[in-house]
Write a protein that binds this ligand. Structure first.
Ligand code: UD1
Length: 427
């Protein structure tokens, strides 16, 4: 298994290009199942999770062509779901990535049935899909759980309904929005998630001929249409990747320009970064983040659904809190059990106490490099950030977690002056 080695203590300086958003690209790829006409997506990041979704779609019979094998924002995928030959999403693929469950709504809406493995437990809590299933049932689907699979049927098609989603869920909102696009009549999704990726999906669905209004707000209205067509769509920039590099600059010190990052999607993160002492400037095509001279200050953070502080940036924020002056309280309200980075940061000298859903971080003047590993994507990257500020050498193991969500992480950081390299495992 590859590892990443960081020699800490160098401030960052340079420009980092932001890739297309993984969390937008995954539902967009699933949306290709809604139409027999091709969907061309531009700006699809080159990541392990994208490959997993492509494998799943290929297994169902979707033809996939890589349109432009350029770097980052230039990569395009053309997905044609003309000859869908299987309606089964198998355990082996769903287990690898929860977002696989996003094929359920589209398959059911277009073909009247689908069989999708339950995702099972995962490192950051139980993460059930009950909200997805309850919503689809309200659209008229019959759902059974057998042998670890969701077996869903709607032989006469789905029918629009007023759905009150019991808890804000990005995935459930996306699944239901896609399914409702092909349902008969009007669907209203109340208490919908408001993440920018949901707006991006709605924009693409509308380009395919759907009638979705209100995405980005907490009430989405979808008037079902009989069929959807093809479309071309560019994936929005990855706000979590941008936030991660913004935090890298705040942790390591120095100054970086994040090309393509949108301040509009990063409000809560930028506000907390400023409170911690970073300088932020909006540019026509991105953002500039700087922290020069003084030590960052501790700040309190509570994760919330968008537009609140993203849970996917909580671990990175903790790396900053670890070296800040004073204490920070970091509270995780979206997922249970999302503090796996805490013991690893502690091995580098961080002073962190966890009480239930909150972590008290008492900043220390120096972290020390160490061999570390983590069990999920954002936890792993927080260790890379801590390594940038630490004295000596940090080696992050299990890099496959990083490869799920960060395109060319070490190359992007190295181009901004960090001493980072990938140690490849031979064989
Ligand atoms: C998406 C993101 C993930 C991010 C998360 C929260 C993708 C591919 N992944 O995940 O990176 O961390 O949003 O911003 O976009 N829940 C239920 N029942 C359900 C569904 C969810 O109880 O049926 C709970 C979850 O356990 C969690 C909360 O709702 O506690 C939010 O989860 P959700 O927004 O659904 O996350 P994902 O869509 O899986």
């Amino acid at each position: 298994m590859d590892r990443i080695r960081i020699k800490g203590g160098r401030p960052l300086s340079g420009t980092i290009p932001i890739s297309g958003a993984k969390n937008a690209a995954l539902p967009l790829m699933a949306a290709a199942l809604l139409s027999e006409r091709p969907l061309a997506l531009a700006g699809v990041p080159n990541l392990a999770d994208i490959d997993t979704m492509a494998r799943l779609l290929a297994e169902l019979g979707v033809e996939i062509e890589i349109e432009a094998e350029g770097k980052g924002a230039d990569r395009g995928l053309r997905l044609a779901a003309r000859d869908v030959k299987s309606l089964v999403a198998p355990y082996d693929l769903v287990r690898k990535m929860r977002a696989s469950v996003l094929v359920l709504g589209p398959l059911l809406a277009r073909f009247g049935k689908a069989k999708v493995s339950l995702p099972g437990g995962c490192a950051i809590g139980t993460r059930p899909i009950d909200l997805h299933l309850a919503g689809l049932q309200q659209l008229g689907a019959r759902i059974e759980l057998t042998d670890g699979y969701v077996v869903a049927a709607a032989p006469k098609g789905l029918v629009g309904a007023e759905i009150q989603i019991a808890k804000v869920s990005v995935g459930a909102t996306e699944n239901l929005m896609m399914a409702a696009s092909l349902a008969r009549g009007r669907t209203v999704l109340d208490n919908a998630a408001r993440e920018p990726e949901i707006e991006d999906l709605a924009e693409c669905l509308n380009a395919m001929g759907a009638r979705v209004q209100g995405a980005g707000g907490n009430r989405i209205v979808i008037d079902g249409v009989e069929r959807l067509g093809g479309a071309a769509h560019r994936v929005l920039p990855d706000r979590i990747e941008a936030a991660t590099y913004a935090l890298a600059a705040a942790v390591a010190g120095g100054e970086v320009t994040l090309r393509g990052a949108s301040a509009l999607h990063l409000g809560a993160v930028l506000e907390r970064l400023q409170a911690a002492g970073a300088e932020i400037e909006e540019l026509p095509d991105g953002l500039r983040i700087a922290r020069n001279g003084t030590r960052p200050r501790g700040v309190d953070v509570m994760t919330q659904p968008f537009p609140g502080f993203p849970t996917d940036v909580q671990a990175q924020m903790m790396a900053l809190a670890a070296i800040a002056e004073g204490a920070s309280m970091i509270t995780e309200t979206v997922f249970e059990n999302r503090f796996m980075h805490v013991p690893e940061l502690a091995r580098m000298g961080a002073n962190i106490t966890v009480h239930g859903a909150s972590a008290i971080v008492r900043g220390v003047a120096v972290l020390r490099g160490a061999p570390v590993m983590a069990t999920d994507l954002r936890a792993s990257v927080s260790l890379v950030l801590a390594g940038l500020a630490a004295e000596g050498e940090t080696v992050v193991n299990r890099v496959y977690h990083l490869d799920r969500g960060y395109e060319r992480l070490e190359a992007k950081l190295a181009a901004a002056g960090a001493e980072v390299e990938r140690l490849r495992e031979r064989g």
